[in-house]
Design a protein around this ligand. Structure first.
Ligand SMILES: Cc1ncc(C[n+]2csc(CCOP(=O)(O)OP(=O)(O)O)c2C)c(N)n1
Ligand SMILES: [Mg+2]
Length: 252
């Protein structure tokens, strides 16, 4: 029996390029499930990505119009698409390096201008495709190929950044919160404003290997321990809050 989502895929490009245990494949499925639930035809979408492992989520996998652009410029290309044809649904899917490092300025100004699009940042806390360098969301003390003694730079909280820049919808989930993530993608796709979703996606190949040789399974367990629903998080004492991060809808 064919997979119920296979009608949305270019099956000839499979198997996909993601490493075993990478969260990006789960995010790929979550996006397609949201689109399937909403019954929005693929011809209404343009999917835009930059360069990186996460940029492969829509392109070449989605059987739709996809723009696989240059590193850091996905939101800029997406803005151009939306201006040219406002009837299109524009969905940007790309990595933390792409969206928040080299592409950070495009991101904050699209939020400030309330350009109608959804931006999904697949945050694996590292430049995955280029060999595991630290980036703007790498946690303090985390070992990467460019922080062999532990990362000394504090990471951005992307949701706070987007809130501050004026985004109309801001949420964070992990790939271990799949039902809430699909619901959030549906909310974003039906919101006629700038929407931002940060999706925490484990990278066992770089972060796992460099940090206590965490396996993919252990990294998934850690996601469930470390990311706490917002309502519960708000009731925690400050010392306990410092050890975890909230998931949920921060701006709606
Ligand atoms: C202008 C430019 N600078 C740098 C690169 C090299 N480069 C390609 S992908 C990438 C980082 C990808 O990291 P991220 O966006 O977090 O995606 P991931 O691979 O982690 O999913 C870099 C630095 C490039 N292709 N173009
Ligand atoms: Mg990354």
């Amino acid at each position: 029996m064919p997979h119920p989502l296979s009608k949305y895929l270019r099956l000839e490009v499979f198997p996909n390029p993601f490493c075993a245990g990478c969260g990006h494949g789960i995010l790929l499925t979550a996006i397609l499930r949201a689109i399937d639930d909403l019954q929005i035809p693929m011809k209404d979408f343009v999917f835009v990505s930059g360069i990186g492992c996460a940029a492969w989520i829509p392109s070449p996998h989605f059987a739709a119009d996809t723009l696989h652009t240059t590193h850091g410029r996905a939101v800029a290309f997406a803005t151009g698409v939306k201006l040219q044809n406002p009837n299109l649904k524009v969905l940007v899917v790309s990595g933390d390096g792409d969206i928040a490092a080299i592409g950070g300025n495009h991101l904050i100004h699209a939020a400030r201008r309330n350009t109608e699009m959804t931006v999904i940042c697949a945050n694996n806390a590292v430049y995955g495709m280029t060999g595991g360098q630290s980036g703007p969301t790498t946690p303090l003390d985390c070992y990467t190929t460019t922080s062999p003694q532990g990362n000394i730079e504090p990471p951005f909280d992307l949701c706070k950044l987007m809130d501050g820049a004026g985004a109309a919808y801001v949420a964070r989930y992990t790939v271990a919160h799949i039902h809430l993530l699909i619901k959030s993608i549906k909310t974003a796709l039906t919101n006629p404003n700038f929407s931002f979703i940060e999706v925490i996606s484990p990278c066992p190949t770089h972060i796992g290997k460099m940090n206590a040789s965490l396996s993919a399974v252990e990294m998934f367990r850690q996601l469930k321990q470390d990311y706490i629903p917002l309502a519960k998080y708000r009731k925690m004492p400050p010392e306990a809050q410092r050890k975890v991060k909230p998931v949920g809808e921060f701006v709606k």
